[in-house]
Design a protein around this ligand. Structure first.
Ligand code: AMP
Length: 117
């Protein structure tokens, strides 16, 4: 079992967060240090450390997260333009080792930069 991360503690309720959406598979919270005017995180309840650690048994879960991104973007009113980022590994900028998808919006991103800033 991976070590409990800040996101596991948010999921189990031992740490507070601004929860925008939740269901039996995932939660969506506001990022505490937003990199865009709208910056939320979609986090599976299952503590998969990195995207690369997901397996075929997680296929439906990963699909669920992708579909929820669209719903959440519509709810936030950013569905015409937003960016989704997954950092996989420390050298890619991952700091919390519990899989999460960043949704960034209300910002104009340059065409050639795939970073979050
Ligand atoms: P990453 O660098 O891809 O691992 O992203 C981790 C994200 O989690 C960062 O954007 C942090 O600002 C965010 N974060 C860390 N702790 C919290 C927290 N307690 N509540 C909300 N967001 C957090």
């Amino acid at each position: 079992m991976p070590e409990a991360t800040i996101f596991s503690k948010i999921i189990d309720g031992s740490i507070q967060a601004d929860i925008l959406y939740q269901d039996d598979l995932c939660i969506c919270i506001k990022d505490i240090q937003p990199k865009a005017p709208t910056h939320v995180l979609v986090i599976p309840r299952k503590p998969i450390p990195r995207l690369v650690d997901a397996s075929v048994e997680d296929q439906a879960l990963l699909g669920h997260l992708m579909l929820k991104i669209g719903d959440i973007a519509r709810t936030l009113g950013i569905d015409e333009a937003f960016r989704v980022v997954i950092n996989n590994g420390a050298n890619a900028g991952q700091t919390v080792f519990h899989l999460h998808l960043h949704i960034l919006g209300n910002k104009t991103f340059s065409e050639d930069a795939l970073g979050m800033s």
